[in-house]
Design a protein around this ligand. Structure first.
Ligand SMILES: [Zn+2]
Ligand SMILES: [Zn+2]
Length: 274
């Protein structure tokens, strides 16, 4: 399996000079295994991903894209109106969400004339089919399971398995309520990679309680409890600089030291092969 992170930041795009090492695009991840591919979330990271596809079937109107949404906040959908393969006739898109009708309504709105010159998702080149992700599913040869996350209006965690490996994506999520944390630990149990919300430092958190995001310490504790091999700190605060993210990595690695847990800090275009 291969995990590519196209957008590692949350909230808003932040292309500032002090963040060039980590990037600044909002959430988008691509998971591939053989010919199978699942993209999770359509933040602005979806745009550079789309730009790499020109030589491939999705760049020629002969491709199929499977895209699952953790939830529909702006930083997880804002890349869609600028995703080049959407405008190429012949492409076939399959969109997955825990509420199929809400997902369809949201995408329809994104392409209405108020927001987009396309004036309707039905005018796009690509045809879109919407699917409800209720239970375990096989998507493009990848086995997918879900769990609900603690976030304003809800979000969904995904466990994606293929070839004997497992990647778990858990954002946007505010740790601290066991009715959500326990199912997440079960979903992440023994995973090779856990990509976890780590927007805050524990010192920042009290001012942001209820905002729906975790600290790097929450991410480490969840990874240790679930016995995952590699933790990827994700959904960076747009105000966090490269130096601030380096510091998060150092602190989280120190907290994980001696427990056999590797800690990485997500950055745009990071690739993990497992
Ligand atoms: Zn977010
Ligand atoms: Zn959110």
């Amino acid at each position: 399996m291969r995990l590519t992170i196209w957008g590692a930041f949350g909230s808003i795009v932040s292309p500032d000079r002090d963040k060039w090492r980590y990037g600044g695009n909002t959430a988008c991840l691509e998971i591939t295994h053989g010919d199978g591919r699942l993209v999770v979330d359509a933040g602005i990271g979806l745009v550079p991903f789309g730009d790499t596809l020109s030589r491939f079937p999705l760049g020629k109107g002969k491709g199929v894209l499977h895209l699952a949404f953790s939830h529909l906040h702006w930083d997880h959908i804002q890349g869609l109106p600028f995703f080049v393969p959407a405008f190429i006739p012949g492409n076939e898109f399959h969109f997955y969400g825990t509420d199929r009708h809400l997902l369809e309504e949201c995408v329809e709105k994104l392409f209405r004339s108020t927001f987009s010159p396309v004036n309707g998702a039905d005018k796009l080149g690509a045809r879109i089919a919407y699917h409800e992700l209720a239970g375990p599913a096989d998507i493009s040869g990848l086995a997918v399971r879900c769990a609900p996350l603690r976030h304003p209006d809800g979000a969904t965690a995904f466990r994606i398995e293929a070839g004997g490996r497992a990647i778990v994506l858990a954002f946007d999520h505010e740790a601290g309520d066991d009715s959500f944390d326990r199912p997440l630990r079960e979903l992440a149990s023994g995973a090779d990679v856990l990509v976890h919300d780590a927007q805050y430092d524990p010192a920042d958190y009290p001012a942001h309680e209820g905002w729906g995001h975790s600290t790097w310490r929450d991410a480490v504790e969840t990874a240790l409890a679930a016995r995952v091999k590699t933790l990827v700190l994700f959904h960076h605060d747009p105000d966090r600089s490269d130096a601030g993210l380096d510091e998060f990595g150092r602190k989280a690695s120190a907290a994980a030291a001696g427990h056999g847990l590797e800690v990485l800090v997500a950055r745009d275009r990071m690739v993990l092969d497992l």
